[in-house]
Design a protein around this ligand. Structure first.
Ligand code: BGC
Length: 423
């Protein structure tokens, strides 16, 4: 690839498409009564076996990049015991990308962790950054000949604090009565007791601090330290690879009196992480919609606003707006590592993609160092707690036959490369 080629790709995460990641924390939770998942991931999209064909289809549609995750729980299924065959599996995914002129963008951790890590205290334990660094070193050593352009250390490093904030907001709105918005606090307390018991059985600890658990400020620091340690290790071993993290950041808008509230969220979701990104080479923006704040906080989407299957307002301009804002305080390379829409209307998806990418072109023309766009997701997949009910994909998944079929929006996505062709 020429150095400046703009990347147009799609994204996935192993936990959502590979299937049967049996040594992982999420796999264990999928089968727990208190695990919180609507249905288990099972074979998912069987991407563990279909990656070459999936990558071929992306290439045929004109894409030149693919963001996917390595699964720590496969590579290090037991503490300190690395599985060379699983590492080779991921190397082969990179080779398949090369066969089809696709640039691999690798994520080291996309929410899913080895089960043993959670038994050791997970994302609240001081030992975790060193474990993550050891895994990052092992992977980097194996990537020496692969010329991977970008590595995302941790996907949505702010997820646990976002969840903690969300729960706090819900609790505030219950007025102590526990009944508003259908919440049953007594029931919650009983479930908590049950969860402790089940966690003890499954993980050997009462508090399973998985990556997506509500995070304490101490846990947040652990995540940031793990990121920094991985960046240093990767820089040492792979000087030609750009390294960074990704965050979930919405386009925060406000009414006349809402600025203060919107600014608080920006501080919490983004600015707070800047000191830990000083040695990074790029930042991965993940954005799906906007949020509008007034003096009371965040408002629901306006009545009649178009919403996606996730309940998010349809708002593809969020990519352009967030990029411009991020660029005010982070001056290095930017990648959209995720942006997309859950809908069964593929024409709306195609429109969403066009509007989002055209916004990026305007950013680029204005001198913002935006290097690529990875649509979420390559294929309809297992959307965590929501199971298989969401359709984010530019390919469809037939769960009976495991057929993977491009939707028209896949070619629309590939066609967006033309916008950047003069480079
Ligand atoms: C996550 C993905 C998820 C997507 C859509 C992001 O928060 O990184 O794993 O599927 O959003 O909800």
């Amino acid at each position: 690839m020429t150095k400046q080629q703009f990347l147009i790709g799609a994204a996935t995460a192993g936990g959502q498409v590979e299937g049967n990641n049996i040594h992982s924390d999420v796999y264990a939770q999928e089968y727990m009564k208190t695990g919180g998942y609507k249905e288990p991931s099972g074979d998912a999209a069987d991407h563990y076996h279909t990656y070459r064909e999936d990558i071929r289809m992306m290439h045929e549609a004109g894409l030149n990049a693919y963001r996917f995750s390595f699964e720590w729980a496969r590579i290090e299924p037991e503490k300190g015991a690395f599985d060379e065959a699983e590492m080779n599996h991921y190397l082969d995914m990179i080779h398949a990308c090369r066969e089809y002129d696709i640039e691999p963008v690798v994520t080291l951790l996309h929410f899913v962790c080895p089960k043993w890590l959670i038994s050791e205290g997970g994302w609240e334990a001081d030992t975790t950054p060193a474990y993550f660094e050891r895994y990052a070193r092992y992977v980097a050593e194996h990537l020496k000949d692969e010329h991977v352009p970008y590595i995302v250390t941790i996907n949505e490093a702010n997820m646990g604090t976002l969840i903690a904030g969300y729960l706090e907001k819900i609790m505030k709105h219950t007025d102590g009565a526990g009944l508003q918005i259908g919440m049953d606090l007594e029931g919650m307390a009983a479930r908590e007791e049950l969860a402790k018991k089940e966690n003890l059985e499954v993980f050997g600890v009462e508090n399973a601090a998985v990556f997506t658990s509500p995070r304490t400020p101490h846990g947040d620091e652990i995540v940031c330290k793990a990121h920094q340690a991985a960046v240093r290790a990767i820089h040492e071993i792979l000087p030609g690879t750009k390294c960074g993290l990704s965050l979930s950041v919405r386009d925060l808008q406000y009414t006349e009196k809402g600025k203060e509230n919107a600014d608080k969220d920006w501080e919490k979701d983004f600015l707070h992480y800047l000191p830990y990104m000083q040695e990074d080479d790029f930042f991965g923006v993940q954005t799906y919609t906007r949020a509008i704040f007034d003096e009371n906080g965040e408002q629901d989407p306006a009545p009649g606003a178009e919403v996606t299957q996730m309940g998010y307002e349809y708002y593809p301009l969020c990519t352009e707006h967030v990029l411009r804002r991020v660029n005010e305080s982070f001056k290095k390379d930017l990648l959209i590592t995720e942006n997309g829409i859950a809908t069964d209307n593929d024409e709306r998806r195609a429109d969403y993609i066009r509007t989002a990418v055209e916004g990026l072109k305007r950013c680029k023309d204005d001198g913002i160092p935006i290097r690529g766009y990875m649509y979420w997701s390559m294929i309809d997949n297992w959307e965590w707690q929501s199971g298989y009910s969401m359709q984010f994909g530019v390919m469809s998944l037939d769960r009976e036959t495991q057929a993977h079929t491009p939707k028209p929006s896949l070619a629309v996505l590939g066609g967006m490369r033309k916008l950047f062709e003069e480079e």
